[in-house]
Each structure stands twice: as C-alpha cells, then as structure tokens.
Ligand binder design. Sequence first.
Ligand code: NCD
Length: 337
Amino acid sequence: MLMEQEKHRMMEPLFDYDVMGGQPALVGNGLTGMDILSVDQFDKAKIDYIFARAREMREMVEIVGAADLVKGNVLACIFYEPSTRTSSSFIAAMERLGGSVIPITGGVQFSSVSKGETLQDTMRTLEQYADVIVLRHPQIGAAIAAAEAATVPVINAGDGAGEHPTQALLDLFTIQEELGTLDGLTVSMVGDLRFGRTVHSLSKLLSMYNVKLNLVSPEILRLPLTTMNQVRDAGIDVRETHDVADIIADTDVLYVTRVQKERFSDLSEYEQVKNQYEITTELMTHAKEKMVIMHPLPRVGEIHYDVDRDPRAAYFRQVRNGMYIRMALLAGVLGRA
Ligand code: NCD
C-alpha cells in the first residue's frame, strides 16, 4: 500500500522550487494524525517513506532554506528534561517548514507544571493552541499517557529510560546515508545500554534489517531483557562483551553512548561505571577504513575530541540529519508530505 503511494510520490516531488508559496494537497501518507510514541509503530515501508521525504527536505533546505509546507500550523514543544539537539531540531524543523512553535524548553519551571499541573491538563491546554505536541518527560510511558489525553498528535522526544523513536529514525537514516545500506552490517553499541533510550529504540529498529549486534557495556548497564528478547526474537545475532577491543575490527557502525547519570538512584553505582569507555585515535587504527562512529550526544568523555578529525566521525552529520528526519515527520503527521 505504502509502496504504491511511494511510487506515486516519487513522480510528484514535494517541492516545486518555482512556486514555493502554495501548500500541496493533503496526501494519504500513513503518518497523518499519527502519534509517534515507539519504534514498534514503524515497518520498513514507513521507514523508506520517511527517509525519502527526509532526502527531499535536505534538498529543499540546501537549495532554498525554507518552505511554506505547514504554514499556519503550530507546534508545542514541551521538555520536562534538558535538551539541546532534540528541542532545537524540532523547532528548526517546524520553522523551515513554514510553521511556528510554542517553545516550553529549558523551562517547564516557567510553565504551570511548576505549580503542580498534571501532564494530562498540560496536554489538554496545549492542544487548544497547537496542531502537534512534542514531549520529553522523565517517566517511561509518559508519552503514551500524553497521547491518550491529547486529541492532536503527540511525538515522544524521550520518555525517561524508555524510548526515543525520532532519534532512532535519524540514527538509522544516518547509517543508511553514510554506508549506503542497512543490511549486512555489524553494529556495535557501547556504553549505557540499560538506561539509554536511544539504544532501546535503535536496537529494535535495526532488528528489522539483516544486521549483527555487538553490545558493549559494564555488567550493570546491559541491555534490558525485554529489549534483548525482542531483538533475539527477530532473529538477530547478538554478542555481548565488556571490551571495545573485542569488536572494533569487525564493526561497521560504532554507536557510542553516555552513561545516563540522571537515571541512577545510587550515585556510587554511577561512579563505578562512568568513564569506562573512551574512543581514541589509537583505537580507531584498529577499525575498518569504511565505518562510522555515531553518538546521540551529548558526549561527556566517551569520544576523544581528536577523533573529530577522523572522516569516520559522523556524529555532527548525525545531528544535522535529525532536522531533516523531524521535518519529514512533522510534515507527515500534519498531512503535508
Ligand atoms: C539523548 C537522550 O536525550 O536520550 N540525547 C539526544 O536526544 N540526542 C542521549 C543522552 O542524553 O545521552
């Protein structure tokens, strides 16, 4: 079904660079009105569709910078946890699509949340002004609760140690764009696999493809069993180790993560596992010539700054891809792509 639409869409580009003002007609894209809560909602056809739209967004931004695709639409962006990339990229995405934003980022302390308002009431308020809500919240499942309360689409920008579906989509897109394929790859995830929501979402997304997964973490930060079972049930070959040296030579994608200090109830446990991994230029001499190093960022010591000069370091390209993916998702959810 989507594949048919895809063929149709490919013949009819989203943007006509001579006529940037007009909004295209609503397109039945399978995303219109959809809440984006978990990567479990996506199949390969939807992912291909989003990637094709993201490439169009990239081309549009490179050529003209911005469009009028969602003109008149408003995004409410509410973050109950710190964020630099996710919040800015959603705001940039909405603005480059010609829409506008209510930004409650870096400051739920300035909203009525600080007066004790519930998440449900906050959602029911924001939907009076906005056509779509992007939410980051420290509790697992908060995005689902928010989506139940709101009548407009809710996009999960991270629910505690749960999921981060839009990050996983931009991670997957980055792998595709950097290496030209998603199949036949060995992906090694390093660091906090227990609390890292980007890892949970990405490992599930990758399970749809023909990949091998290496999981590198301290014992107490291993991938949660539910995610591990989901990955194994999909037939993925998984190898666990504590040492990056074991896997570096046959890795195609090195996905490095920060130990999520804010999720530890006992900070002495954090002290035991912090600074356990550092990707250095020396380590990179053992890696394949064609591979990528990725990180959802922020990094706090996991990748040495000298590695930034290595052409395999893809983490800032990954940041930029976030904007294109979020443009594609926002336009899709709003029925404009
Ligand atoms: C990640 C997050 O918030 O889960 N950051 C991001 O969204 N790019 C990773 C992290 O905070 O370590």
